[in-house]
Design a protein around this ligand. Structure first.
Ligand SMILES: Cc1ncc(COP(=O)(O)O)c(C=O)c1O
Length: 395
């Protein structure tokens, strides 16, 4: 039997591991298996690997190594940043500002804080998914201690004006955190130049391994410990470190941030090619997100009169992997909170499919996907009750 072609277009959910990162991880697994806290050479070697990875992560975002804390991923980094900073600064106030389109790890952390008595303002977005800056200005008050706004959105790829928000926060003596999980490697982020006080990142979104991430906390910013125990991560996040995963993340972030422009050029060309192909071949589609202020690897497309989940399942049978909304929300058939916040109706949200490309995506992959997509959308539209009812979508 001929092997089925596989096209992976869900790179906002996770990415394939970089070969170089994998090699360094293998070396760490096989040869440097000591506990990084141990005093003998095998332990010191592991500790050195941690130091090197910390340096690489710090360099990638313009921080100093002592400001980097390793975590189990983006979710943990976001939970820690929001809860840890809010609780440690409660004496200064109890108000937090975030946006309606944040990742659930930010939104649920804020909800947990609300149950503790904190007040949270959720800033709305415009039709392109850009946070309404003027609403942040209005929301800031004497009790505001933290603003948390993502650098780029995971569902529609819109890049947020984080420099302006960081400046506003600084002018009001408010701590600024950004969830940069989708932005690392896609946009150049220097925490000092932008004025970021805390930043979350996650290894598996930039060709590193899963289950590892980091939180940058600017020197002087007060944050509660996440896990009490030993002295790992300067006593703030205790527990034996996952050295191979941290090593892999360090290599991956070095590779990706050294090649941002080149990668973006390639992704832009793939994205344009994809959009041209689908708009030539499939009618009645619309794009979600900002036309220019956006990640180049993301195309969020609504196929009017066809259901996103059905498209996903039919593509799956052809070896093509995409997503509807965010991976974290899949499994639930709830319409995307991001698309609804952008003013999209439920039908548009339900007919949206997210295609996210990687440095491995080729034009041949796109040709294959678009050919399959054309047939699938046509078929789904021909049996769509909504289309028949409205009697308008051209198939
Ligand atoms: C914007 C954003 N923040 C946080 C996360 C969570 O990261 P992790 O999967 O490492 O927990 C994700 C993952 O989808 C994300 O897209």
């Amino acid at each position: 039997m001929e092997k089925q072609k596989v096209v992976y277009l869900d790179n906002a959910a996770t990415t394939q591991l970089s070969t170089e990162a994998y090699k360094e991880m293998l070396e760490a697994y096989n040869s440097v298996y000591g506990n990084a806290s141990a005093l003998y050479k095998l332990g010191r070697d592991a500790d050195e690997l941690l130091a090197k990875a910390r340096q690489r992560v710090a360099k990638a975002i313009g921080a100093s190594p002592s400001e980097i804390f390793f975590t189990s991923g983006g979710t943990e980094a976001n939970n820690w940043a929001i809860k840890g900073i809010a609780r440690a600064n409660r004496d200064k106030g109890n108000h937090i500002i975030t946006s309606v389109i944040e990742h659930p790890s930010v939104l649920e952390s804020c909800k947990a804080l609300e149950r503790e008595g904190f007040k949270v303002t959720y800033i709305p977005v415009d039709e392109f998914g850009v946070i309404k800056y003027s609403e942040i200005v209005k929301a800031i008050g004497p009790d505001t201690i933290l603003i948390s706004i993502m650098s780029a959105n995971n569902e529609v790829g819109t890049i947020q004006p984080i420099k302006a928000i960081a400046e506003l926060a600084k002018a009001n003596k408010v701590i600024f955190h950004t969830d940069a999980v989708q932005a690392i490697g896609a946009i150049d982020i220097n925490v000092k130049d932008i004025g970021i006080d805390a930043l979350s990142l996650s290894g598996h979104k930039f060709y590193g391994p899963k289950g590892v991430g980091a939180l940058y906390v600017k020197k002087g910013v007060k944050i509660d410990n996440l896990i009490d125990g030993g002295k790992q991560e300067r006593g703030k996040r205790a527990g034996t470190e996952n050295v191979p995963a941290i090593v892999g993340m360090g290599k991956a972030i070095e590779e990706i941030t050294e090649n941002i422009e080149e990668n973006n050029k390639q992704l832009r060309s793939i994205r344009r090619y994809f959009l041209k192909q689908i708009s030539d071949l499939i009618h009645n589609i619309s794009l979600n997100g900002h036309p220019t202020q956006r990640l180049q690897n993301n195309a969020s497309v609504a196929f009017e009169g066809a259901e996103g989940e059905a498209i996903l399942m039919m593509l799956d049978r052809e070896g093509i992997y995409v997503s509807t909304g965010s991976a974290c929300a899949s499994g639930s058939l709830e319409p995307s909170h991001v698309l609804l916040a952008m003013g999209k109706d439920i039908e548009t949200a339900a007919s949206t499919v997210r295609f996210t490309f990687s440095k491995f995506t080729t034009k041949e992959d796109i040709d294959y996907v678009v050919a399959k997509l054309k047939k699938i959308v046509k078929k789904l539209r021909s049996i769509s009750a909504i289309r028949i009812y409205k009697n308008k979508v051209e198939i």
